[in-house]
Every structure is written in C-alpha cells, then in structure tokens.
Design a protein. Structure first.
Length: 82
C-alpha cells in the first residue's frame, strides 16, 4: 500500500527532476522513489548491524595492556631485536 506525501523542493532541484522525467519517460514521483530506495540501500549496507555478535563483546575483553588504542601499531608490528 502506498502512502501519499508532499515535499517541498528548491526550484532548481524541481527543474532538474522535471527535465529528467521528460528525458527518461519516468514520472517525477517514480524517480524520487527510486532515488530514496538507492539511498536507503546504500546507507543500510554501510551501517553496522547491532545484532552482530561482535557488538556484544563490549566491556567483556580484559587486557593488561591499557594503551592498546593509542599504541596498537607497536603491539601489531613489534620491532625485532628489542
């Protein structure tokens, strides 16, 4: 079921959308729906999923090294001979 809505567009954006409708043969509403679908698909693909088990680990991992966040390179790539 579709829900009707109304939006206000800056005049230049409206004109660009209108011209594109003429060129593509797609209605302005269809172009807006397609654009929103692409936008949300991209946003959702780049958003961490909160149900991912990795997010449940916060505060559960203990380490004697209290400077891991600032000296991570030193721990990951130790210099040989020291």
């Amino acid at each position: 079921m579709a829900v009707r809505t109304q939006i206000y567009l800056p005049e230049e954006l409206y004109e660009r959308l209108r011209r594109r409708a003429v060129i593509t043969g797609k209605s302005m509403a269809e172009q807006i729906r397609e654009s929103l679908e692409r936008y949300f698909t991209e946003i959702e693909a780049n958003t961490p999923k909160l149900e991912d088990p990795i997010w449940q680990l916060g505060g559960r991992i203990q380490s004697q090294d209290h400077d891991l966040s600032t000296r991570h390179d030193a721990y990951l790539y130790p210099r040989k001979g020291r």
